[in-house]
Write a protein that binds this ligand. Structure first.
Ligand code: NOJ
Length: 414
């Protein structure tokens, strides 16, 4: 397919990771956590020590962009503290390696983890976290302004707030604390607005682009006439999509973002109040009986992707980056089909006039998938976690993506 579709010449074909999931050696609320498969994030892919090798892999893949986190807990030892120069130098070296490989970085400031002193002070329930975060964003962007123009403040605030306080999946593992969910979103949205203003106050050689990455799950009822499932789907849509987007992008707040990042994986359909997705422990056999196509995480719904992009364009009129899409599976043909179907939708949306500027495949590496540990295989490169050298290997979908990137590179040259 790579040769058949024309994407804009300046389109970013990237891949993505996050610190806790790949770096290893982090000290945050995940350090002592043991996932359902017995795994922990203490070494992860050891990207912390192997980032040069990983940039080499990115160059081989041919990506021209990389969405990466900078781990707050490494850089500040206390609120308003100066940045840790050793850790900063390491990230700067990584950014310089990317530059040498012609790979544009997008930096994520918050990806499901916090410094221990933030957690100890109540995390995102505490309004004092807002100025602390803004201070971090201000200091970091001042140092990196010559190297980074793409800034992603928050990754999936809805996933973070719901798994910490509604669904009990992320530390501190609370369930059905609705007020806490609401508070975390409110505080993060305010922090986004303030951080965006602070980042822009630096003199960037290239105007900074700033946005959040919103996870999008469509909710629906599996059966047409299931009134209560429809109602629950509607409530979920309001709580996880509408409310969150209104907080971050509604009214005056829209000005805080120059782009909208979209993480798109699929949909969740409800059957007797039960979400029919693998992450909800619905077995592959059962999903098959329902006729549901899924990877090892979510129901796939490529047509929803195209529709969503058009809706976002109409509603917010902001440039869009697909900050994440990918499929977790050992079946490489499935992953290739999934990527193809989503890129076809993306291409059609762009032709329809939606201003999409980049696509970041989740993920560069098989990695630590939070509650599920190492059991979900999202990598363009596989990692053998049984071998202490953690060897990386190109996957089938990696080779496929490599062809797409290489066609895009030729188109850029012509
Ligand atoms: C979105 C999250 O940002 C990322 O951390 C996670 O690994 C992927 N979804 C897959 O679940």
């Amino acid at each position: 397919m790579s040769g058949d579709l024309k994407f804009p010449k300046k389109f970013l074909w990237g891949t993505a990771t996050s610190p806790t999931q790949v770096e290893g050696h982090v000290v945050n609320e995940w350090t002592d956590y043991v996932a359902s498969d017995g795994g922990n994030c203490r070494v992860a892919c050891d990207h912390y020590h192997r980032y040069e090798e990983d940039v080499g892999w990115m160059a081989r893949l041919g990506v021209n962009a990389y969405r990466m986190g900078i781990e707050w807990s490494r850089l500040q030892a206390a609120p308003f503290a100066p940045l840790n120069q050793t850790e900063l130098a390491r990230y700067i070296h990584l950014l310089d390696c990317l530059k040498a490989a012609n790979i544009t970085p997008m930096v994520v400031l918050h990806h499901f983890s916090n410094p221990p002193w933030i957690t100890a002070a109540g995390g995102w329930l505490n309004p004092a976290t807002i100025p602390a975060f803004v201070d971090y964003a201000t200091k970091l962007s001042a140092v990196l302004k010559d190297r980074v123009y793409l800034w992603n403040t928050f990754n999936e605030p809805d996933t973070y707030a719901s798994l910490t306080f509604l669904l009990g999946g992320f530390p501190p593992f609370h369930k059905w604390h609705f007020r806490s969910y609401w508070k975390v979103i409110k505080h993060m949205a305010e922090a986004h607005a303030q951080a965006s203003r602070a980042i822009r106050q630096n003199k960037f050689p290239r105007a900074p682009e700033i946005g959040i990455a919103k996870n999008w799950t469509s909710f629906g009822a599996f059966q047409a006439f299931a009134f209560w499932d429809h109602l629950l789907a509607e409530i979920s849509h309001h709580a996880f999509n509408r409310f969150v987007l209104d907080e971050f992008l509604g009214g005056e707040r829209l000005k805080a973002s120059t782009f909208l990042g979209v993480n798109y994986y699929g949909r969740a359909r409800l059957n007797h109040f039960r979400a029919l997705v693998p992450t909800n422990n619905v077995s592959p056999e059962e999903l098959k009986n329902f006729g549901i196509v899924s990877d090892d995480m979510f129901e796939r719904h490529p047509t929803g992707f195209g529709k969503l992009l058009k809706t976002f364009q109409r509603k917010y009129n902001l440039p869009i980056y697909i900050t994440e899409h990918g499929a977790a599976s050992n079946d490489q043909d499935f992953r290739i089909r999934d990527l193809t179907a989503h890129l076809l939708e993306l291409h059609a949306a762009i032709n329809h006039g939606v201003d999409v500027r980049g696509f970041f495949y989740w993920s560069l590496l098989d990695n630590f998938e939070w509650q599920f540990g190492y059991s979900k295989k999202f990598g363009l490169l596989s990692v053998d976690f049984n071998d202490e050298k953690l060897p990386r290997k190109m996957t089938g979908v990696g080779e496929f993506y490599q062809k797409i990137c290489s066609t895009a590179r030729e188109a850029r040259r012509s």
